[in-house]
Design a protein around this ligand. Structure first.
Ligand code: FES
Length: 114
């Protein structure tokens, strides 16, 4: 079963936008699928919350998500960084592997799967 098989159905509210630091991120798991909502200003994206380097979460156990320069999520384990807008790897030990996106939009103050 792939991650896309587990993706939340369109219309599923994943997180209140106010609960996502700006810039920053917050976990919003859907059933068995770990999801990280990330935000920088008007940009709100969601990715599978698994670092492509060694498969660890992209946030700390508290949910705190490290952000650099207001536009890169930084994995807390070995420092791989990923562009919030695209999920592309921007540096560190993950090579060229980027993050797997989950399509979302903001609707009535909620981050919703589309
Ligand atoms: S697990 Fe993320 S950089 Fe190593």
């Amino acid at each position: 079963m792939s991650a896309s098989d587990l993706a939340p159905p369109a219309g599923t509210a994943l997180k209140a936008l106010d609960a996502v630091p700006d810039p920053g991120g917050a976990p919003a798991d859907y059933e068995a699928l770990p999801i990280l909502i990330v935000r920088s200003g008007q940009t709100v994206k969601a990715y599978i919350n698994v670092c492509p380097h060694q498969g660890r979460p992209l946030c700390l156990p508290s949910g705190k998500t490290l952000v650099s320069e207001g536009r890169f999520v930084v994995c807390p384990f070995h420092g791989a960084s990923f562009d919030i807008e695209s999920g592309a790897c921007a540096g560190g030990p993950a090579g060229k592997a980027g993050l797997k996106p989950i399509a979302v939009e903001v609707r009535d103050g909620q981050v919703v799967a589309v």
